[in-house]
Design a protein around this ligand. Structure first.
Ligand SMILES: NC(=O)c1ccc[n+]([C@@H]2O[C@H](COP(=O)([O-])OP(=O)(O)OC[C@H]3O[C@@H](n4cnc5c(N)ncnc54)[C@H](OP(=O)(O)O)[C@@H]3O)[C@@H](O)[C@H]2O)c1
Length: 314
């Protein structure tokens, strides 16, 4: 990764949904023109790193993202997508095969950042990244949802060929700080590995937009996960809102600013052009140490477990 990597990356899991309200994991109404607006505003504000995955709508997110980026030069944005072991085909090289399909959907001949999505079999899949790095099909590699030991194993395998794990992508939010407790954040800091934090906004639950009176979209996957715990998040969200109010920013921006203050690069799942204004504000917010400590205490008091069904213990 380079020093040019933006302070915040953009996530497009929700873009893999059909776009109909209540349909899909996120259940937000998303249109091609709305997402084009998101892209234009993001690009013009320096948010140029786009994270996707095959599994987000089984290729749909990659296709929708490529469409929304049309007209921008390939050097103006960076693409990040993932090899998901559970979707591996039975060809000779399932990693190369999945990558080629992603490149095709994304309309490009290289990726800036390619991830092994989870540690299903580190020793089996990691070596298959090496020829792709050598051929320049992928510029940098990262591992996602890996423990400290799994990161070290992947790094050893790549190291034998002169490459290394350059980035880690794990769930990290005020409510879910397992990577910090496991020493992964510290490891990344010490070894110049960029830590990308995902679900910083807990899929909307930490934005202040949703509450027991205004829950997440009925029928969506995220509603099933979060609506039941919204009452326990209110004290934290109110404090985030108060801290933000002093800076003209809503709670969501404080969550993002917190993740930046912790030395991570948040991947924010933007769905509306106005969310980019939030990222511009968050980029400029400096939280005091006491504010960070206070937010983390309130998050601990909420005592909720937001670990994703796909995650294991760090
Ligand atoms: N490697 C992995 O296993 C993994 C797992 C999960 C996610 N990820 C990556 O991380 C990204 C982020 O995670 P996520 O999309 O699941 O959840 P998230 O970023 O925590 O939350 C996204 C939701 O928050 C709302 N939102 C986004 N930006 C906002 C802003 N500035 N202000 C107010 N509300 C805002 C939107 O909800 P509304 O549409 O309701 O407004 C959006 O759907 C994903 O898109 C994906 O790229 C990776």
């Amino acid at each position: 990764m380079t020093s040019r990597t933006p302070a915040v990356a953009l996530g497009t899991w929700a873009w893999g949904d059909s776009g109909e309200v209540g349909d899909g994991y996120f259940g937000s109404r998303l249109t091609a023109s709305g997402l084009r607006e998101v892209v234009e505003k993001a690009q013009s504000n320096g948010f140029t790193l786009w994270d996707t995955a095959v599994v987000y709508g089984m290729g749909h997110s990659e296709e929708v993202l490529a469409q929304a980026l049309k007209g921008f030069s390939r050097t103006e944005y960076q693409l990040s997508t993932k090899f998901t072991p559970q979707l591996a085909g039975d060809g000779d090289d399932p990693v190369a095969d999945m990558l080629e399909q992603s490149l095709d959907r994304l309309g490009t001949d290289y990726l800036d950042l390619y991830w092994i999505h989870n540690p299903a079999d580190v020793a089996r899949w990691t070596p298959l990244l090496i020829p792709l790095l050598r051929r320049g099909r992928i510029k940098h590699v990262g591992v996602s949802n890996h423990t400290m030991e799994e990161i070290a194993l992947a790094d050893r395998i790549l190291g034998e060929a002169g490459f290394r794990v350059e980035a880690v992508q794990n769930h990290y939010s005020l409510l879910y700080r397992s990577s910090e407790r496991a020493g992964i954040l510290e490891h990344c800091r010490a070894h110049d590995v960029r830590f990308f934090s995902y679900m910083v906004l807990e899929q909307g639950a930490l934005t202040g937009r949703y509450s027991p009176a205004h829950p997440l979209p009925e029928g969506s996957g995220r509603a099933a996960v979060y609506n039941g715990i919204l009452p326990r998040l209110q004290a934290l969200i109110e404090r985030m809102g108060a801290i933000g109010a002093d800076r003209g920013a809503p709670a969501a921006d404080v969550a993002t600013a917190w993740a930046i203050a912790k030395g991570t690069t948040p991947i924010i799942g933007v769905t509306k052009a106005a969310h980019i204004d939030g990222l511009v504000r968050a980029r400029g917010i400096e939280l005091a140490d006491e504010e960070i400590a206070e937010l983390e205490t309130l998050a601990d008091v909420a005592d909720v477990d937001t670990r994703g069904s796909w995650e294991h213990d760090m």
